[in-house]
Design a protein around this ligand. Structure first.
Ligand SMILES: Nc1nc2c(ncn2[C@@H]2O[C@H](COP(=O)(O)OP(=O)(O)OP(=O)(O)O)[C@@H](O)[C@H]2O)c(=O)[nH]1
Length: 302
C-alpha cells in the first residue's frame, strides 16, 4: 500500500461461537494482501487471537469486554495501531456479544478508512432459540442491524427443522439481506464485497450494556483432567454457560488440548500450544458459575 491510501475495513460479528474466527482464518488463508486483524474477545483471555492464522503478525487483541460498549475507548488506539502497521486491509472481529454495526461506525468516522462491509454470522442450530430467549434475544437480534451479508453457519449440524426455523427467523430480523448458508464458514469469497452499506439505513437503538447481561468466567489450573470424567462433565454443563474455550491439560496427552464448547456441543482437539496447564474462559448468563467444581478440577486460581 502506498502512504495515505484509504484502507478498507471489514467487520465480522455474530453471537458467541457462530464461527467468526473460523471465517477470519478462511479470509486470511485466501488473501494475498497484508491484513491487520483486530480481535475483540469478551472473555479475559483472548483465545481467538491465539487461533488466528496470520502470517503477517498483524493481529491485535482487545480482551475482557466489548469494543461496542464497555471498551469503546479502546478501539480508537487499536485502530490507530492497525493503520500505523500500514496494512492493505483491516479485518475486525467483534466480540460474540457485541453489535458489529457499532464497531463499524468507527470505520465510518476515520477518513483514512473505508468501510467495506459488515458480515454477521449465525448458528443455524441455535439461532431460533437464541432469538426467543428473553435474556439474550435482543443482543442476538441487534447483531443483524447494519449487516450487508448474513452467514447462516453450522448448517452441517442443523436438522431440517432447525434450518427451517433459522431461515424464517432471518427473513424476520434481516429482511432483504444477502444470506449465505455455510458449514465452517466456507463461503464463496466473491460474496465479500458489498454494493451498498446497510449500516447507513440501520435503525437507531440505545446500546445494551453487555457486561450486565453476560458474565465472564475463567479457570486456570495445573490440574490435569482424566479424559472420560472431563467429557462427562462437559456433557453436564448448565445451559447458562453459553461458551467455553481455551486449553485443557488431559492425562496422558503430550500437549494441552484445545476445547471449543458452544451451547452444549463441543470439540476437544490436539493443539500445538506449548503452554502447560489449563486456561479456559467462559461466557454465561449466570454470575459466579463454579467452573472448577463443574469440571471437576481440584485447584483453581482466579
Ligand atoms: N459443526 C460446525 N462447527 C463449526 C462451524 N463453524 C465453526 N464451528 C466450530 O465452532 C466453534 C466456534 O467457532 P469460532 O469460529 O471460534 O466461533 P466464534 O464466533 O469466533 O466464537 P467467539 O469468538 O467465542 O464468539 C469451533 O470449534 C469451530 O470449529 C460449522 O459450520 N459447523
Amino acid at each position: 500500500m502506498t502512504g495515505g491510501a484509504i484502507i478498507p475495513v471489514t467487520v465480522i460479528g455474530g453471537f458467541l461461537g457462530s464461527g467468526k474466527t473460523t471465517l477470519v482464518n478462511r479470509i486470511l488463508g485466501a488473501s494475498r494482501s497484508r491484513t491487520a486483524v483486530l480481535v475483540n474477545d469478551f472473555g479475559e483471555i483472548n483465545v481467538d487471537a491465539a487461533l488466528i492464522r496470520s502470517d503477517d503478525g498483524l493481529t491485535m487483541e482487545l480482551s475482557g469486554g466489548c469494543i461496542c460498549c464497555s471498551m469503546a475507548e479502546g478501539i480508537g488506539p487499536a485502530i490507530f495501531r492497525a493503520i500505523e502497521s500500514n496494512p492493505d486491509e483491516i479485518l475486525i472481529e467483534a466480540s460474540g456479544v457485541g453489535e458489529p454495526r457499532r464497531v463499524a461506525e468507527f470505520a465510518l468516522l476515520d477518513r483514512r478508512l473505508k468501510l467495506d462491509m459488515v458480515i454477521t454470522l449465525a448458528n443455524a442450530v441455535e439461532l431460533s432459540a437464541q432469538l426467543d430467549d428473553p435474556l439474550i434475544g435482543d443482543t442476538v437480534a441487534r447483531q443483524f442491524d447494519g449487516a450487508d451479508l448474513v452467514v447462516l453457519n453450522h448448517v452441517d449440524a442443523a436438522s431440517p427443522a432447525q434450518m427451517a426455523t433459522a431461515r424464517a427467523a432471518l427473513r424476520r430480523i434481516a429482511p432483504g439481506r444477502a444470506i449465505a448458508e455455510t458449514s465452517r464458514a466456507e463461503l464463496p469469497l466473491e460474496l465479500l464485497s458489498a454494493t451498498t452499506l446497510s449500516i447507513l439505513s440501520a435503525p437507531q437503538s440505545a446500546p445494551i450494556a453487555h457486561d450486565e447481561v453476560f458474565f465472564r468466567t475463567r479457570l486456570e489450573t495445573h490440574h490435569s483432567f482424566e479424559r472420560t470424567a472431563f467429557e462427562a462433565a462437559l456433557n453436564a454443563l448448565p445451559a447458562t454457560l453459553l461458551r467455553l474455550k481455551g486449553w485443557v491439560a488431559i492425562d496422558g496427552e503430550p500437549t494441552v488440548m484445545l476445547l471449543q464448547y458452544v451451547a452444549g456441543r463441543w470439540e476437544l482437539t490436539a493443539s500445538d500450544d506449548p503452554g502447560s496447564g489449563t486456561r479456559l474462559v467462559g461466557i454465561a448468563t449466570a454470575a459466579d458459575l463454579p467452573l472448577a467444581r463443574l469440571l471437576g478440577a481440584e485447584t483453581v486460581a482466579l
